[in-house]
Design a binder for this molecule. Structure first.
Ligand SMILES: [Zn+2]
Length: 168
């Protein structure tokens, strides 16, 4: 491999992303502005047969399995696979695409520097690996917050006999 030198090489090598602290554990964030349609990162790992992956999923034993097709699945549990830090969002800014057996994450909208990169994991994954609390992604958390606020507002407007008693 040639040693990179000069500004051009440094720019080409500068990473699009960095791992950082997200609302729920770690996440992957844009380290520079990422234009729409840009390939961001490859989801890397060992290829295992999808049939085996489905058995592992049934035991909820590895949440980093990413199915390419009915034959092959990538086991992305390795920490070398930085794409595993991409969190789920119900309003994502990236999507996964498979290309000749490889999985790439691509921006589906412009992602500003510092923003978290997110992907919609799909219903099956959410059912398997999201606990009773359900989805905690930012759009869902916002909705829950708004709903809670409305409940508080309603309660404040018309206090029922019961809550008036309890407030004494
Ligand atoms: Zn959500």
């Amino acid at each position: 491999m040639a040693v990179a030198s000069g500004k051009k090489a440094a720019k080409a090598k500068s990473l699009l992303y960095r791992v950082g602290r997200a609302q729920t554990g770690l996440g992957l964030f844009a380290a520079q502005d990422i234009p729409e349609r840009k390939l961001i990162i490859e989801y890397i790992g060992k290829r295992i047969p999808t049939r085996l992956a489905q058995e592992i999923d049934r035991r909820r034993a590895n949440k980093y399995l990413f199915e390419i097709d009915s034959r092959w699945t990538i086991d992305g549990a390795s920490r070398l696979n930085l794409a595993r830090y991409v969190n789920h969002s119900c309003d994502p800014n990236a999507e996964a695409e498979s290309n000749h057996g490889r999985l790439m994450y691509r921006a589906i909208k412009p992602i500003a520097e510092g923003c978290e990169i997110t992907l919609d994991y799909g219903e099956e994954h959410m059912e398997l690996y999201f606990g009773a609390a359900g989805c905690l992604c930012p759009p869902c958390a916002d909705m829950a917050k708004k709903a809670a606020k409305n409940l508080v507002k309603k309660a404040a407007k018309k206090p029922s006999k019961r809550s008036a008693k309890a407030a004494r």
